[in-house]
Design a protein around this ligand. Structure first.
Ligand code: SF4
Length: 750
């Protein structure tokens, strides 16, 4: 649509975080002149945060890589795509031949979860690689939730989300949606939704070692000692059983293991756990009673409950509470999304469940989870000689040298690789070690659909954003370069017929859809469906297939009013399929067809939690305990090169409580050295009572002062890297997730 100032207006879903806000973009040719919230977006209704407006600077960032880069000694030079792939073939193929598939590792970064092409074609790349050395950001911050949900409900993403818009009571742990807008919970404008909850008479209780912005806006903030969430949650469960408050509600017929949970909870009385958590027993009892008696309630735990040594137990207990208070799968409780691309199949209510440990890491023998090895293993798998040693690495939009645990060690390991390829927009702390870097096309030149995030949305919604500008000469869509990379890895040589490869991929997916019992295209002719999809290529063709065979799909003519990509294109502000609906038993995929309330891996870990009760508190002897921090204008490690997001006073500071600051002789702005068993960093202190006494907090994703990157703004605003303080041996044994929270540190003025 043209505007009076000669620009045109377009609509697009923001891809920068999990909230999926609708943006109104004013474009002058290829350039963004203005970013506003799209008031007609069916989900976000005009909301946007400062990161959304930064899309303008991100697209125009002069440091972005625009053409393939090939290492030339200590520097890089731009090369043609053919030269880049010839170098990749010459580098990777001999390694694959000499050392086998496991000699190559693949690391998938967090931005890939917001990227249609990346999500669709990284799967093809992983299949081509056939390596067990697959790593991702999932074992940095979310695997405990995936594991607990997988064990209880049967699928890696069968994760209930709080029905924020209808609940009467929300108990939130380890989350700060005023800064993050939700995670493993897709919900634009969380501040507005939480305000609405309170305005309709609901109650918001925030449990966090820090008085975050969300905690400030809540009805009640319960400061909790870091990494004791599982103890607190178990005490709530204990009260429910002890006071006969357990009520399974409508899902009662589908729950196994209630008695076992009651038995396991018995020792975790409020009196037993209160001193460890720092929350008194009467408060714990009151919260349990409030949860049980609220008309509707939901418990939501996020990153703080995952990045700790009991991450899976905490994540499990969140949903144990949702079940035991009768709030699972009912409006206002914790519910399951029905995404437009979900596999629609008649075989519902039962499945194979989840199995972990089909492969283990070579050096430490840690199990895989959902096909991935824990990132805590990555450095040692590169460093340690022997059969199966990682010799080459492919990173897709990932920065493990910055965001992985013990990142100093990862940074030292990367240059010892024989070959490395990165797909990335920046020459950053990780990609500076690559031999070849392949840039994606500009964001506005690609289509966008939040394939992963709509699975966890608090309403059933779908929104597709078409490309808004043409590719420029020399641009190659990411889907083509990832598919070509998959072809090289799979032995097709440097000159892969990408279109033929894509046809093969899509016909395989169509074949699966027509073979799936209960699918809306079951038994149909594959060629007929391929012809119907023929006007599209790449990720759009696959998305169209997924939408048309999904739960709202048109089934390629079976339901003329059903969903297709064409229909989504006709709705630039998205389609709202309504609030979440009860989905049990249909959504379950456990082998029993039941909700497994007491899955063995969790119950088997309870003794370890009980032993932790006997330990002296981490803060004993004056030690300080570290937690992370998220900032509204930051998103992991990759948005610090945008001046609009880093301007103002430095935000990479260590928060210290005034009592601890007085004891240690620290003041605002004083540089302090923070030392853990794994490493040390130096950064300025910020004295604030927003952290508990005995707790210090540092944001993650900083530490850009390394040689060889090209991120001028980030380098000027370097900060210090929190992750250096996390050791490779600090993780949750049930999920392999790194434990960043609860690390004991010493803090002293430099
Ligand atoms: S909240 Fe997330 S999706 Fe919304 S504008 Fe900000 S970065 Fe974009």
């Amino acid at each position: 649509m043209a505007t009076t100032d000669g620009t045109r207006t377009e609509y697009r879903t923001c891809h920068l975080c999990e909230a999926t806000c609708g943006l109104e973009l004013h474009l002058d040719g290829r350039a963004i002149t203005l970013v506003r919230g799209d008031r007609d977006d069916v989900f976000s209704h005009g909301f946007l945060c400062p990161k959304g407006t930064a899309l303008k600077q991100l697209e125009a960032d002069p440091d972005r890589i625009r053409r393939p880069l090939l290492r030339d000694g200590d520097s890089f030079r731009e090369v043609s795509w053919d030269e880049a792939f010839e170098a990749i073939d010459a580098g990777l193929t001999p390694i694959r031949e000499q050392y086998g598939p496991d000699g190559l590792a693949v690391y998938l970064g967090n931005p890939g979860a917001h990227n249609l092409a990346g999500l669709v074609y990284s799967r093809v790349l992983l299949q081509a690689a056939r390596t067990k050395n697959i790593y991702s950001a999932s074992t940095i911050d979310q695997m405990p939730k995936q594991v607990s949900a997988g064990l209880m409900f049967g699928g890696a993403l069968t994760i209930p989300v709080p029905d924020v818009d209808r609940t009467d009571y929300l108990l939130m742990l380890g989350a700060n949606p005023y800064a993050s807008n939700g995670s493993l919970m897709t919900a634009p404008d969380m501040p507005g939704r939480l305000q609405a909850l309170r305005a309709r008479g609901g109650k918001l209780v925030v449990v966090d070692p820090r008085r975050t912005k969300t905690a400030e806006e809540a009805d009640e903030h319960l400061p909790i000692r870091p990494a004791t969430d599982a103890l607190f949650l178990f005490a709530l469960v204990q009260v429910l059983f002890a006071e006969d408050l357990v009520d399974l509600g409508d899902v009662a017929a589908y729950v196994d293991g209630v008695e076992a949970v009651g038995r396991l909870a018995a020792p975790f009385t409020p009196e037993a756990v209160g001193p460890a958590c720092g929350i008194d027993s009467e408060t714990i009892r009151r919260i349990a009673r409030e949860l049980a008696t609220a008309p509707t309630a939901a418990v939501y735990g996020r990153i703080g409950t995952c990045v700790q040594e009991f991450g899976t137990l905490a994540s499990w207990l969140v949903d144990v509470l949702n079940v035991c208070t009768g709030n699972l799968d009912r409006p206002g409780g914790a519910m399951f999304t029905k995404a437009a691309t979900a596999t629609a199949s008649g075989a519902t209510g039962k499945g194979r469940g989840v199995t972990f440990g089909r492969r283990t890491s070579r050096v430490r023998g840690l199990p895989e989870y959902f096909g991935e090895l824990p990132v805590v293993c990555l450095a040692e798998e590169i460093e340690t000689p022997g059969d199966g040693q990682i010799r080459a690495l492919v990173t897709l939009a990932g920065n493990p040298a910055m965001s992985g645990p013990n990142s100093d060690r990862v940074q030292k390991a990367l240059p010892t690789l024989d070959f490395m390829v990165s797909v990335d927009i920046y020459l950053n702390e990780t990609t500076r070690h690559a031999n070849v870097i392949l840039p994606p096309e500009p964001e506005l030149a690609r289509g966008h659909y939040d394939l992963a995030l709509y699975n966890l949305a608090i309403r059933n919604v779908a929104n597709y954003s078409p490309p808004l500008v043409e590719l420029e000469p020399g641009d190659v869509p990411e889907w083509r370069s990832v598919l070509r990379l998959a072809g090289v890895i799979g032995g097709q040589g440097a000159h892969v017929d990408v279109d033929a490869f894509d046809d093969l991929v899509v016909s395989g997916l169509v074949g699966k859809a027509v073979a799936r019992p209960g699918s809306n295209v079951e038994g149909r002719d594959t060629d007929e469906l391929m012809k119907a999809l023929a006007t599209r290529r790449g990720p759009e063709r696959i998305l169209d297939l997924m939408l048309r065979t999904g739960p709202y799909g048109d089934g390629f003519g079976a339901d003329p009013d059903g969903l297709s990509l064409a229909k989504l294109e006709a709705h630039p502000h998205g389609i709202d399929f309504g609030p979440l609906q009860p989905r049990i038993p249909e959504v379950l995929r456990t082998a029993t067809g039941m909700i497994e309330l007491a899955p063995e891996p969790c119950t088997g870990d309870v003794a370890r939690l009980q032993a932790a009760l006997e330990r002296p508190p981490a803060s004993e002897g004056g030690a300080l305990v570290l937690v992370g921090r998220r900032d509204l204008r930051s998103n992991n490690s990759w948005m610090h090169n945008l001046p609009v997001l880093v301007k103002g006073k430095p935000r990479c500071t260590i928060h210290v409580h005034p009592d601890d600051a007085a004891r240690l002789g620290l003041g605002d702005g004083v540089d302090v050295r923070v030392t853990s068993p794994a490493g040390q960093i130096v950064l300025p202190a910020e004295v604030t009572d927003a952290v508990m006494p005995g707790v210090v907090s540092i944001p993650h994703g900083w530490g850009h002062d390394v040689e060889g990157t090209k991120m001028a703004t980030a380098t000027k605003n370097a900060g210090a890297n929190f992750n250096i303080l996390a050791g490779s041996d600090s993780f949750d044994p049930l999920s392999g997730n790194a434990a960043f929270s609860g690390i004991r540190v010493e803090v002293a003025a430099v």
